[in-house]
Write a protein that binds this ligand. Sequence first.
Ligand SMILES: [Zn+2]
Ligand SMILES: [Zn+2]
Ligand SMILES: [Zn+2]
Length: 87
Amino acid sequence: MIPRIPDPHLALVRPVRARTPQGCEECLSLGTPWVHLRLCLSCGHVGCCDSSPMRHARAHATELHPIVRSMELGEDWRWCYPHETFV
Ligand SMILES: [Zn+2]
Ligand SMILES: [Zn+2]
Ligand SMILES: [Zn+2]
């Protein structure tokens, strides 16, 4: 069920610019492929989605910042990893 109160993690959202708009930050240095890109809304980290082999966006969210935005063209939804919900 989607909670009616705003997600408390939204307090961590900042105006950010993608640090590596050309691709997933870790995959670019590792040389690994990705499927879709997610932008961390707290620091601008770009990570790869859960359909990608390395799932760097999820790793970043688990260790640091919970909320991402899709970087795919025409998509502007935000996702909270700890709550597993759109915010
Ligand atoms: Zn949350
Ligand atoms: Zn990656
Ligand atoms: Zn971050």
